[in-house]
Design a protein around this ligand. Structure first.
Ligand SMILES: [Fe+2]
Length: 305
Protein backbone atom coordinates (compact mmCIF):
# COMPACT_ATOMS: atom_id res chain seq x y z
CA UNK A 1 0.00 0.00 0.00
CA UNK A 2 1.63 3.27 -1.10
CA UNK A 3 0.48 6.42 0.65
CA UNK A 4 1.57 9.78 -0.69
CA UNK A 5 0.64 12.08 2.15
CA UNK A 6 -0.83 12.29 5.61
CA UNK A 7 -4.58 12.07 6.00
CA UNK A 8 -4.51 14.46 8.97
CA UNK A 9 -5.97 17.31 6.90
CA UNK A 10 -9.04 15.32 5.85
CA UNK A 11 -12.32 16.57 7.18
CA UNK A 12 -14.20 13.91 9.18
CA UNK A 13 -17.41 15.03 7.42
CA UNK A 14 -16.41 13.18 4.26
CA UNK A 15 -15.80 9.83 5.90
CA UNK A 16 -17.77 6.75 4.88
CA UNK A 17 -20.03 4.88 7.29
CA UNK A 18 -18.49 1.39 7.56
CA UNK A 19 -20.41 -1.85 8.06
CA UNK A 20 -18.92 -2.08 11.52
CA UNK A 21 -16.61 0.06 13.66
CA UNK A 22 -15.60 3.68 13.48
CA UNK A 23 -15.15 5.47 10.14
CA UNK A 24 -11.60 6.03 8.95
CA UNK A 25 -10.45 9.11 7.01
CA UNK A 26 -9.99 8.60 3.26
CA UNK A 27 -6.63 7.15 2.28
CA UNK A 28 -4.67 9.28 -0.15
CA UNK A 29 -2.85 7.28 -2.82
CA UNK A 30 -0.31 8.58 -5.31
CA UNK A 31 -1.51 7.44 -8.74
CA UNK A 32 0.38 10.09 -10.71
CA UNK A 33 2.30 7.56 -12.79
CA UNK A 34 -0.74 5.45 -13.69
CA UNK A 35 -1.89 5.72 -17.32
CA UNK A 36 -4.63 3.10 -17.22
CA UNK A 37 -6.35 2.08 -14.02
CA UNK A 38 -8.13 -1.20 -13.35
CA UNK A 39 -10.72 -1.26 -10.56
CA UNK A 40 -11.89 -4.63 -9.28
CA UNK A 41 -13.91 -5.88 -6.34
CA UNK A 42 -16.08 -8.74 -5.17
CA UNK A 43 -13.78 -11.66 -5.85
CA UNK A 44 -15.47 -13.68 -3.06
CA UNK A 45 -12.55 -16.13 -3.01
CA UNK A 46 -12.89 -16.95 -6.72
CA UNK A 47 -9.17 -17.41 -7.37
CA UNK A 48 -9.27 -18.31 -11.10
CA UNK A 49 -11.67 -15.47 -11.94
CA UNK A 50 -9.55 -12.92 -10.09
CA UNK A 51 -6.42 -14.29 -11.75
CA UNK A 52 -8.07 -13.98 -15.18
CA UNK A 53 -9.11 -10.39 -14.46
CA UNK A 54 -5.59 -9.44 -13.37
CA UNK A 55 -4.14 -11.02 -16.53
CA UNK A 56 -6.76 -9.26 -18.66
CA UNK A 57 -5.98 -5.91 -17.04
CA UNK A 58 -2.27 -6.33 -17.70
CA UNK A 59 -3.01 -7.34 -21.31
CA UNK A 60 -4.88 -4.09 -22.01
CA UNK A 61 -2.13 -1.96 -20.47
CA UNK A 62 -3.41 -1.33 -16.95
CA UNK A 63 -0.42 -0.17 -14.88
CA UNK A 64 -2.37 0.58 -11.69
CA UNK A 65 -4.72 -1.87 -9.98
CA UNK A 66 -7.27 -0.97 -7.31
CA UNK A 67 -9.27 -3.47 -5.30
CA UNK A 68 -12.39 -1.98 -3.71
CA UNK A 69 -13.48 -4.68 -1.32
CA UNK A 70 -15.13 -8.05 -0.76
CA UNK A 71 -12.05 -10.10 -1.52
CA UNK A 72 -13.46 -13.04 0.41
CA UNK A 73 -16.79 -14.82 0.41
CA UNK A 74 -18.72 -17.87 -0.67
CA UNK A 75 -15.88 -19.67 -2.50
CA UNK A 76 -13.60 -19.93 0.55
CA UNK A 77 -9.93 -19.81 -0.57
CA UNK A 78 -9.48 -16.54 1.32
CA UNK A 79 -5.74 -16.74 1.93
CA UNK A 80 -5.03 -17.58 -1.74
CA UNK A 81 -7.15 -14.64 -2.83
CA UNK A 82 -5.45 -12.26 -0.44
CA UNK A 83 -2.04 -13.43 -1.64
CA UNK A 84 -3.06 -12.31 -5.15
CA UNK A 85 -4.24 -8.97 -3.84
CA UNK A 86 -1.04 -8.40 -1.87
CA UNK A 87 1.00 -9.16 -5.00
CA UNK A 88 -0.91 -7.19 -7.64
CA UNK A 89 -2.95 -4.34 -6.12
CA UNK A 90 -1.48 -1.00 -5.07
CA UNK A 91 -4.75 0.67 -4.00
CA UNK A 92 -7.23 -0.83 -1.54
CA UNK A 93 -10.63 -0.03 -0.08
CA UNK A 94 -12.44 -2.26 2.40
CA UNK A 95 -15.78 -3.85 1.65
CA UNK A 96 -18.25 -5.18 4.15
CA UNK A 97 -16.51 -8.59 4.13
CA UNK A 98 -13.16 -7.04 5.12
CA UNK A 99 -14.74 -4.93 7.85
CA UNK A 100 -16.69 -7.84 9.29
CA UNK A 101 -13.71 -10.19 9.13
CA UNK A 102 -11.46 -7.68 10.86
CA UNK A 103 -14.08 -7.27 13.61
CA UNK A 104 -14.48 -11.07 13.89
CA UNK A 105 -18.22 -10.73 13.38
CA UNK A 106 -20.34 -13.58 12.05
CA UNK A 107 -22.66 -11.81 9.61
CA UNK A 108 -21.50 -10.62 6.20
CA UNK A 109 -22.72 -7.04 6.61
CA UNK A 110 -24.12 -7.06 3.09
CA UNK A 111 -27.10 -4.89 4.07
CA UNK A 112 -29.70 -7.30 2.71
CA UNK A 113 -33.33 -6.66 3.58
CA UNK A 114 -34.51 -10.25 3.11
CA UNK A 115 -34.03 -13.01 5.70
CA UNK A 116 -33.15 -15.70 3.14
CA UNK A 117 -30.52 -13.44 1.58
CA UNK A 118 -29.09 -12.78 5.05
CA UNK A 119 -29.04 -16.52 5.77
CA UNK A 120 -26.95 -17.29 2.68
CA UNK A 121 -24.80 -14.20 3.22
CA UNK A 122 -23.92 -15.60 6.65
CA UNK A 123 -22.98 -18.99 5.16
CA UNK A 124 -20.75 -17.24 2.61
CA UNK A 125 -18.99 -15.38 5.41
CA UNK A 126 -18.39 -18.68 7.25
CA UNK A 127 -16.62 -20.01 4.13
CA UNK A 128 -14.61 -16.79 4.00
CA UNK A 129 -13.55 -16.90 7.64
CA UNK A 130 -12.56 -20.55 7.81
CA UNK A 131 -10.01 -20.13 5.00
CA UNK A 132 -8.60 -16.87 6.41
CA UNK A 133 -5.46 -16.78 8.53
CA UNK A 134 -5.37 -14.55 11.57
CA UNK A 135 -2.50 -12.58 10.04
CA UNK A 136 -4.54 -11.83 6.92
CA UNK A 137 -7.65 -11.08 8.96
CA UNK A 138 -5.74 -8.41 10.86
CA UNK A 139 -4.34 -7.00 7.61
CA UNK A 140 -7.87 -6.54 6.26
CA UNK A 141 -8.51 -4.32 9.27
CA UNK A 142 -6.11 -1.66 8.02
CA UNK A 143 -7.82 -1.24 4.63
CA UNK A 144 -9.39 2.24 4.39
CA UNK A 145 -13.15 2.80 3.99
CA UNK A 146 -12.58 5.31 1.18
CA UNK A 147 -9.65 6.32 -1.01
CA UNK A 148 -8.60 9.36 -3.00
CA UNK A 149 -6.41 8.27 -5.88
CA UNK A 150 -4.53 11.31 -7.15
CA UNK A 151 -3.96 10.78 -10.88
CA UNK A 152 -2.79 12.80 -13.89
CA UNK A 153 -6.47 13.18 -14.80
CA UNK A 154 -7.49 14.37 -11.35
CA UNK A 155 -8.74 12.70 -8.21
CA UNK A 156 -10.56 9.37 -8.53
CA UNK A 157 -12.71 8.52 -5.53
CA UNK A 158 -12.78 4.81 -4.70
CA UNK A 159 -15.41 3.32 -2.43
CA UNK A 160 -17.11 -0.03 -1.89
CA UNK A 161 -20.87 0.54 -1.87
CA UNK A 162 -21.23 4.31 -1.99
CA UNK A 163 -19.06 7.20 -0.83
CA UNK A 164 -21.44 7.60 2.11
CA UNK A 165 -21.81 4.01 3.28
CA UNK A 166 -19.71 0.89 2.73
CA UNK A 167 -22.69 -1.42 2.26
CA UNK A 168 -25.07 0.86 0.36
CA UNK A 169 -26.29 -0.63 -2.91
CA UNK A 170 -26.10 1.88 -5.76
CA UNK A 171 -28.32 0.40 -8.47
CA UNK A 172 -28.47 1.94 -11.93
CA UNK A 173 -32.27 2.10 -11.84
CA UNK A 174 -32.14 4.24 -8.71
CA UNK A 175 -29.24 6.54 -9.54
CA UNK A 176 -29.69 10.19 -8.64
CA UNK A 177 -27.36 12.46 -10.62
CA UNK A 178 -27.72 15.21 -8.01
CA UNK A 179 -26.42 12.83 -5.38
CA UNK A 180 -23.60 11.55 -7.62
CA UNK A 181 -22.53 15.12 -8.41
CA UNK A 182 -22.70 16.03 -4.73
CA UNK A 183 -20.21 13.28 -3.87
CA UNK A 184 -17.89 14.41 -6.65
CA UNK A 185 -18.11 18.00 -5.42
CA UNK A 186 -17.61 16.97 -1.80
CA UNK A 187 -14.49 14.98 -2.63
CA UNK A 188 -13.26 17.35 -5.37
CA UNK A 189 -13.04 14.32 -7.64
CA UNK A 190 -13.33 13.89 -11.40
CA UNK A 191 -14.90 10.49 -11.00
CA UNK A 192 -15.73 7.71 -8.60
CA UNK A 193 -15.96 3.95 -8.82
CA UNK A 194 -18.00 1.74 -6.52
CA UNK A 195 -18.95 -1.96 -6.45
CA UNK A 196 -20.80 -4.12 -3.87
CA UNK A 197 -24.07 -4.66 -5.79
CA UNK A 198 -22.57 -6.98 -8.43
CA UNK A 199 -24.20 -5.10 -11.30
CA UNK A 200 -22.17 -2.79 -13.50
CA UNK A 201 -23.11 0.66 -14.73
CA UNK A 202 -21.40 3.79 -15.93
CA UNK A 203 -22.71 7.34 -15.86
CA UNK A 204 -21.18 10.41 -17.53
CA UNK A 205 -21.72 13.58 -15.52
CA UNK A 206 -20.57 16.41 -17.76
CA UNK A 207 -16.79 16.12 -17.76
CA UNK A 208 -16.92 13.83 -14.74
CA UNK A 209 -18.06 10.24 -14.33
CA UNK A 210 -19.28 7.60 -11.93
CA UNK A 211 -19.31 3.86 -12.35
CA UNK A 212 -19.88 0.50 -10.73
CA UNK A 213 -17.12 -1.97 -11.62
CA UNK A 214 -19.30 -5.01 -10.93
CA UNK A 215 -17.65 -8.00 -9.30
CA UNK A 216 -14.81 -10.16 -10.52
CA UNK A 217 -15.86 -13.30 -8.63
CA UNK A 218 -19.43 -13.77 -9.82
CA UNK A 219 -21.37 -13.19 -13.05
CA UNK A 220 -24.09 -10.55 -13.24
CA UNK A 221 -27.28 -12.61 -13.57
CA UNK A 222 -27.51 -12.68 -17.35
CA UNK A 223 -26.83 -16.35 -18.28
CA UNK A 224 -23.25 -15.35 -19.07
CA UNK A 225 -20.70 -16.86 -16.67
CA UNK A 226 -18.10 -14.17 -17.40
CA UNK A 227 -17.08 -11.70 -14.68
CA UNK A 228 -16.39 -7.97 -14.80
CA UNK A 229 -14.19 -5.10 -13.69
CA UNK A 230 -13.66 -1.48 -14.77
CA UNK A 231 -10.77 0.12 -16.61
CA UNK A 232 -10.15 3.86 -16.84
CA UNK A 233 -7.83 5.45 -19.41
CA UNK A 234 -6.27 8.34 -17.52
CA UNK A 235 -4.54 9.81 -20.58
CA UNK A 236 -7.77 11.16 -22.09
CA UNK A 237 -8.98 14.70 -21.25
CA UNK A 238 -12.23 13.36 -19.78
CA UNK A 239 -11.74 9.82 -18.45
CA UNK A 240 -14.68 7.43 -18.18
CA UNK A 241 -15.08 3.98 -16.70
CA UNK A 242 -15.21 1.12 -19.20
CA UNK A 243 -16.63 -2.22 -18.15
CA UNK A 244 -14.45 -5.19 -19.08
CA UNK A 245 -15.91 -8.67 -19.51
CA UNK A 246 -13.60 -11.56 -18.62
CA UNK A 247 -14.03 -15.29 -19.23
CA UNK A 248 -12.30 -18.00 -17.23
CA UNK A 249 -12.72 -21.75 -16.76
CA UNK A 250 -15.86 -21.35 -14.67
CA UNK A 251 -17.01 -24.96 -15.12
CA UNK A 252 -13.78 -26.37 -13.68
CA UNK A 253 -14.03 -23.95 -10.76
CA UNK A 254 -17.68 -24.86 -10.11
CA UNK A 255 -16.73 -28.56 -10.16
CA UNK A 256 -13.91 -27.89 -7.69
CA UNK A 257 -16.20 -25.96 -5.34
CA UNK A 258 -18.79 -28.73 -5.51
CA UNK A 259 -16.08 -31.24 -4.57
CA UNK A 260 -15.05 -29.03 -1.67
CA UNK A 261 -18.60 -29.05 -0.34
CA UNK A 262 -19.64 -25.49 -1.18
CA UNK A 263 -23.44 -25.21 -1.21
CA UNK A 264 -24.84 -25.28 -4.73
CA UNK A 265 -26.65 -22.04 -4.06
CA UNK A 266 -23.19 -20.56 -4.63
CA UNK A 267 -21.90 -22.85 -7.38
CA UNK A 268 -24.98 -22.60 -9.65
CA UNK A 269 -24.31 -18.91 -10.45
CA UNK A 270 -20.65 -19.71 -11.15
CA UNK A 271 -21.74 -22.49 -13.48
CA UNK A 272 -24.53 -20.82 -15.45
CA UNK A 273 -24.41 -17.08 -14.81
CA UNK A 274 -27.75 -16.85 -13.01
CA UNK A 275 -28.02 -15.74 -9.40
CA UNK A 276 -29.75 -17.90 -6.80
CA UNK A 277 -29.69 -15.55 -3.80
CA UNK A 278 -29.36 -11.87 -3.05
CA UNK A 279 -32.18 -11.13 -5.48
CA UNK A 280 -35.00 -10.74 -2.97
CA UNK A 281 -33.31 -7.74 -1.37
CA UNK A 282 -33.12 -5.86 -4.67
CA UNK A 283 -35.52 -3.37 -6.18
CA UNK A 284 -37.88 -5.16 -8.58
CA UNK A 285 -36.35 -3.44 -11.59
CA UNK A 286 -32.94 -4.96 -10.79
CA UNK A 287 -34.17 -8.42 -9.81
CA UNK A 288 -35.11 -9.50 -13.32
CA UNK A 289 -32.85 -11.80 -15.28
CA UNK A 290 -30.71 -9.62 -17.45
CA UNK A 291 -30.88 -10.14 -21.20
CA UNK A 292 -28.17 -12.23 -22.72
CA UNK A 293 -25.65 -9.94 -24.41
CA UNK A 294 -25.87 -9.78 -28.20
CA UNK A 295 -23.95 -12.63 -29.81
CA UNK A 296 -23.53 -14.55 -26.56
CA UNK A 297 -24.35 -17.97 -28.02
CA UNK A 298 -22.15 -17.46 -31.08
CA UNK A 299 -19.28 -16.47 -28.77
CA UNK A 300 -19.84 -19.47 -26.47
CA UNK A 301 -19.87 -21.87 -29.43
CA UNK A 302 -16.78 -20.25 -30.90
CA UNK A 303 -14.94 -20.56 -27.58
CA UNK A 304 -15.86 -24.25 -27.24
CA UNK A 305 -14.51 -25.28 -30.69
FE1 LIG B 1 -20.10 -5.78 -0.53
Amino acid sequence: MHVSSSSSNIRPAISCLPSVGEPKPPMIYDGSKVTRLAVMGGSYGNVPALTACIEHARSIGCDGLAFIGDATGCCGHSDETIALIREHFQYLVAGNYEQKAAANEEDCGCNYTNDEDNHYGGIAHVWAMKSLSDENRKWLGIWPDLAHLETRAGRILLCHGSPAQTNEFLYESELDDTRLNHWLDQHEAVGFVCGHSGFTWTRELGKRFAGNCGVCGKPDHDHDAAVHYASIDLTTPTPVANIERVEYDHLAWADQLDAEGVDDVFTIPVRNGVWTCGLLSMPATERVLRPRPNGWLRNVLKASV
